[in-house]
Write a protein that binds this ligand. Structure first.
Ligand code: NI
Length: 168
């Protein structure tokens, strides 16, 4: 197992889309193991998407665990969201927007249906609400090359970019 590098904004690789996984082969299994190891090595990490890590041909995979004991791992391969309902606004942060720590409120559907495969290739189909719904939407955005700061107003975004420019 290996701890992978978490790419930091404005790394252009964060704009990559995750490649759909055809088969859970040894390469994909190794990536999932490394993703969980990387996740558990961080403080305050809820989830990671493969596209925010230094992985060539990053696959469409996210690993999630926001339990206090870090004992409720959820791996979603090729996750798809449908049937959005309601709206919730809550604060988000991101392991890839961590050079300058940024937390901003983001509006998202409150309830979603999620279809994916698990790490064994078994189909999953469930309804997510609350923090899980927010988390999965944030991760699926990563797998489409979108960061939560892409969803902010132009003004808020330019303030963040100014702070980043001072850092580099
Ligand atoms: Ni993130």
């Amino acid at each position: 197992m290996a701890i992978l590098t978490i790419l930091q904004y404005p790394d252009p690789r964060l704009k990559r889309a995750g490649k759909p996984v055809d088969k859970i082969d040894d390469r994909i299994k190794k990536i999932i193991e490394d993703m969980f190891e990387t996740h558990y090595a961080q403080e305050n990490c809820a989830a990671l998407a493969a596209t925010q890590l230094a992985i060539d041909d990053a696959p469409a995979i996210t690993v999630i665990d926001f339990s206090e004991q870090k004992n409720q791992p959820l791996c979603l391969v090729n996750p798809e969201i449908s049937e959005p309902e309601g709206e919730e606004e809550s604060e988000e942060g991101c392991m890839s927007v961590a050079t300058v720590s940024v937390y901003e409120k983001v509006k998202r559907p409150a309830r979603i249906r999620v279809k994916a495969l698990d790490e064994q290739g078994k189909p999953l189909d469930f309804i997510a609400e609350g923090f899980m719904a927010k988390c999965i939407q944030h991760e699926v955005d990563h797998l489409n090359g979108i960061l939560f700061i892409d969803k902010l107003s132009r003004l808020k975004r330019s303030r963040i970019d100014k702070r980043y420019k001072k850092t580099f």
